[in-house]
Design a protein around this ligand. Structure first.
Ligand code: PLP
Length: 473
C-alpha cells in the first residue's frame, strides 16, 4: 500500500531545511577502510565513563511492578561498557559520541518491533525516530507542519503546555466540541465543512486520544475510525499525542478485589486501536513517550510516521536536540533488551493492574464522599478523573453569581483550598477560541497517579465537604 504524498502540508521552515553536508560524511565514520579526519569528535578514550551499571526488577514482576527486587532471580542488571557484546546493548563509545540523530540502531530496532506488535500499521512506509519526549515531539511537529498564522484543530479542553507551544509559534486554534467520550466526529466534520475559506484550512488535528488530559476521556475504536475517515476526506494530519496509551485499565467494578491476571494475548486484544493502526494513507504522526511507563526523567520518546515526513523531523533534530541523551539510550535499550518484548509487555500489564487499582479506589472514594450534585464516570485510561457539577444548582447561582458558572467554579476552588484539597478547575484547560455552549456544567480535574491512596481519600473527603458547604447540601 502506498501512502499519500503529504508534502503540501509541510511548513516553509520544514521545506527550507537542508541536510548538512558535514552530517552526510558521517556514514563513513567507523568504517575500517577509511581514516576519518572529517569530524570534530572527541576520542571516546577520553569519555570518563568506562561502564554504567543499573539494577531493575525482572519480568514477570510477580510481586507487582512497584516491588523492590530482593534476590538475583527478580533482578535484572544492565551493565554496558565502552564496547558491548550483546546485540541490544549500545556501546558507550557510540552513544556518548555525536551521531545517529534518528536514534541508536539497537533502540530503534526494539521500538520498531514493539510498534509492529502493538499497532500493526497497515502500510509499509512507516518508521520511527527517537525524541526527547512528547513535549519536544509536539514542538517539532508544529515546526514541521505549521507556518505562523496557520490553524490547528484541538480538543476544546486540552493540555495547556501544548497550547502554549503552538501559541508561541503564532499558530491559531480551532477547538472541536467534545462529550464524555472525547471528540464528537460529526462536530469535527462540520468544522471542516463550514470552514471560512478566507482563512487557511487547519492542517492538523492535535488529539490526546487515550486518557485525555484534562478530561480523562478516551476515544472509542468507532470514533477513531470516524475521525480518521474525516481526516482523509478533508485532507489533514492527525497528531496523536499518546503518553497515556498504556495506562488503559480494566472495567470499573465497585469494591473490586485485585484485577484478574491477563495473558499477553488478552492484554493486546483489549488495547484501544491507535490512529496509527488504521493509517492506510500515512497521515498519522504518533507521539509516544517512556515518561509515564518508565520514568519522565528518561526524557525519551519516539515518533511513528511515514518516512518522508520523518525525514523532515530528522533535519530539524540535527540542528536542535541532535538526539536523545546517550546515557538514556544505552540504559533504556539495555533494560528493554534484557526484558525482551515479552518482558516489556509484562511490565505494561503490571502497570495496567496498578492503575486499575488506583482508579477503582478513586471511584469508590468518590462514591463515599461526594454530595449528590457531583457526577463522575470511571475513566478508562490515563492518570486523571473529573468531577462534574451543575453550577445552576448552586443556591446563589442566579443572585450573587449572576448565572455565571465560572463564578461557582471559583467559589468551589477557593472553598476546597480552605478545606485542604486542590483540584484544578476545568476552565483552566479551555482552548483558545473556546465556544461557549451555554451549559451550566463545570468540572474539576484530579489525579490518582501522584498520591498514596489514603491521602487521595482524605483529599476527596475534603473536596466533598467543600462542595457540600457551598451547596448547603
Ligand atoms: N502530552 C500530554 C498530553 C501530557 O499530558 C504530557 C505530560 O503531562 C506530555 C505530553 C509530556 O510528555 P513528555 O514527558 O513525553 O514530554
Amino acid at each position: 500500500m502506498t501512502v499519500k504524498d503529504l508534502s503540501h502540508h509541510l511548513s516553509n521552515e520544514a521545506k527550507r531545511r537542508n541536510a548538512s553536508a558535514l552530517k552526510t560524511a558521517f556514514k563513513y565514520f567507523g568504517k575500517d577502510n577509511i581514516v576519518f579526519l572529517g569530524g570534530g569528535l572527541p576520542l571516546s578514550d577520553y569519555f570518563p565513563w568506562d561502564k554504567i551499571t543499573a539494577t531493575s526488577p525482572a519480568p514477570p514482576f510477580a510481586n507487582g511492578i512497584g516491588a523492590k527486587p530482593t534476590s538475583e532471580s527478580d533482578t535484572v542488571v544492565t551493565e554496558v561498557g565502552k564496547t558491548a557484546d550483546l546485540e541490544f546493548d549500545i556501546p558507550l563509545a557510540r552513544s556518548l559520541q555525536y551521531g545517529h540523530t534518528e536514534g541508536q540502531p539497537e533502540l530503534l530496532s526494539f521500538i520498531r518491533e514493539h510498534t509492529e506488535l502493538i499497532h500493526k500499521i497497515p502500510h509499509s512506509e512507516w518508521d520511527v525516530i527517537v525524541t526527547v519526549g512528547n513535549t519536544q515531539s509536539w514542538e517539532a511537529s508544529l515546526r514541521t507542519f505549521c507556518n505562523p498564522g496557520d490553524f490547528i484543530v484541538v480538543e476544546e479542553y486540552t493540555f495547556p503546555s501544548a497550547i502554549e507551544t503552538a501559541r508561541a509559534l503564532s499558530v491559531n486554534f480551532a477547538p472541536v466540541e467534545m462529550d464524555d467520550k472525547g471528540i464528537i466526529p460529526e462536530k469535527l466534520d462540520q468544522l471542516f465543512t463550514e470552514w471560512d475559506p478566507s482563512k487557511p484550512k487547519p492542517k492538523l488535528l492535535y488529539t490526546i486520544g487515550t486518557g485525555q488530559n484534562p478530561t480523562g476521556s478516551s476515544l472509542s475504536n468507532e470514533r477513531r475510525k470516524a475521525i480518521y475517515d474525516i481526516a482523509c476526506k478533508h485532507d489533514f494530519i492527525i497528531i496523536e499525542d499518546e503518553p497515556y496509551y498504556f495506562l488503559q485499565m480494566d472495567d470499573y467494578k465497585k469494591n473490586a478485589s485485585e484485577p484478574a491476571a491477563v495473558t499477553h494475548e488478552e492484554f493486546l486484544a483489549a488495547l484501544v486501536k491507535s490512529f496509527s493502526s488504521m493509517d492506510v494513507e500515512g497521515r498519522v504522526v504518533r507521539l509516544d513517550s517512556f515518561s509515564k511507563v518508565l520514568a519522565p526523567g528518561t526524557r525519551l520518546g519516539w515518533i511513528v510516521a511515514q518516512k518522508p515526513l520523518l525525514e523532515r523531523f530528522v533535519r530539524l533534530h540535527e540542528v536542535s536536540i541532535q538526539t536523545a541523551s546517550g546515557f538514556t539510550q544505552t540504559l533504556v535499550a539495555g533494560l528493554l533488551g534484557r526484558w525482551g518484548q515479552k518482558g516489556y509487555i509484562d511490565w505494561l500489564i503490571g502497570l495496567r493492574k496498578e492503575y486499575t487499582i488506583k482508579r477503582n479506589f478513586t471511584i469508590d472514594s468518590l462514591s463515599k464522599h461526594m454530595p449528590s450534585v457531583v457526577k463522575y464516570e470511571p475513566p478508562f485510561a490515563g492518570m486523571f478523573f473529573t468531577v462534574k457539577i451543575d453550577a445552576a444548582k448552586h443556591p446563589k447561582f442566579a443572585s450573587e453569581f449572576g448565572k455565571d458558572p465560572l463564578k461557582v467554579e471559583a467559589a468551589i476552588y477557593e472553598r476546597s483550598l480552605e478545606q485542604g484539597c486542590l483540584m484544578i478547575p476545568g476552565s483552566w484547560f479551555k482552548s483558545p477560541n473556546f465556544k461557549d455552549h451555554g451549559s451550566s456544567e463545570i468540572f474539576f480535574r484530579g489525579t490518582y497517579a501522584a498520591v498514596a491512596l489514603e491521602k487521595l481519600d482524605i483529599g476527596l473527603e475534603r473536596f466533598g465537604k467543600a462542595v457540600e458547604l457551598e451547596f448547603n447540601e
